[in-house]
Design a protein around this ligand. Sequence first.
Ligand code: SAM
Ligand code: GLN
Length: 357
Amino acid sequence: MEDNLIDIVNKSIEYLKKNKINNPRLIVESIITDVLKINKLDIYTNYDRKLNDLEKNEIRKKLKEYNGENLEIKPNTVKEYFEKTKIYLDKKGIPESNMITNIIFSKVLDTDMSLLFTKYSSIVNEEAKEKIKSILKKLVELRLPIQYIFNEQIFYGHTFYVDKNVLIPRLDTETVVEKALELILRKNNPIVLDIGTGSGAIGITIAIENSESKVLATDISENALTVSKKNAQILDVRNIKFLKSNLFENIEYRNFDLIVSNPPYISNGEQEYMSLDTVHEPELALFAENEGLYFYYEIASEAINYLNNEGYLLFEIGFKQGLKVKEIMENYGFKDVNIGKDLTGNDRYVYGIKKGN
Ligand code: SAM
Ligand code: GLN
């Protein structure tokens, strides 16, 4: 092996390919992040890094494991079982194998994720093995997202219950919530409308983080509302109400300080580019007509009648929709319309203000 990370990555991929292992790049990325303790993106910014012998040996050893050599170790301890599970997930092309394996083991062994290492040398009992097997089956055969298997997703530091009736709240949406909180910061007892609340991620988080606020959270899906109500209860949030409504249909109040929405915005043509997880998510939460823009037209055209003067409209958007949504909002009379980015630098939200006459 050469010493540069780029050479090692390429050689490793070649090695796995030669041995007919599926998903070689994913596996190599997983091994490198593991051995060098860096995240996946950093692999590509560290291409010139020289690796020492210890690191190279460790990578070699792991490559052999993936290739089915070194199989004489029958997994017994948590650590061995953990490694084996991760390898299995990588081979099956499941992304984020390290994170997922951590979640599985901390759940099955009922241990905080950060303390899992303290159990590394204990023996995995039969019951735990069975549990792990059945979880892996759901993950690999049914391709169920881990969040639906354990019925939870952490959003903005709060644990939300999720099931197949709601979209799994995304990390990108936290940026939208942050913006929402900023927009209502200087308002007294702000009243907020969250359209298409799903799990309640946006509305409930705003209600928690701004305890002076009052939130009305709506959805067209009764099943989604069952989930969001459950979350408000679990998280003990009192300053929120839920209402079944097709967009503005059942909304009477017309003096909101902020209307926020993460509507469905994926166009039908985009289906093939979506991650596998979304196959299990409600179609009602994902797809929109008119190149994914349907809900922006519908909501922006009416929102102006439901906001007070100086009230804001804030949308989550798909990363290519910024300019178009800005234009839509401006055409419907919103002022100071701006586009904001998420943590990866993609356009992720658009907001504007209704200015009184
Ligand atoms: N707010 C959640 C989040 O950010 O994780 C869920 C957003 S999901 C992309 C869109 C939500 O809009 C779904 O819960 C869906 O049921 C709801 N929805 C779809 N059409 C709607 C409509 N006409 N009126 C109200 N809600 C609708
Ligand atoms: N961000 C989600 C995804 O990429 C889509 C959510 C939405 O349509 N609002 O799967």
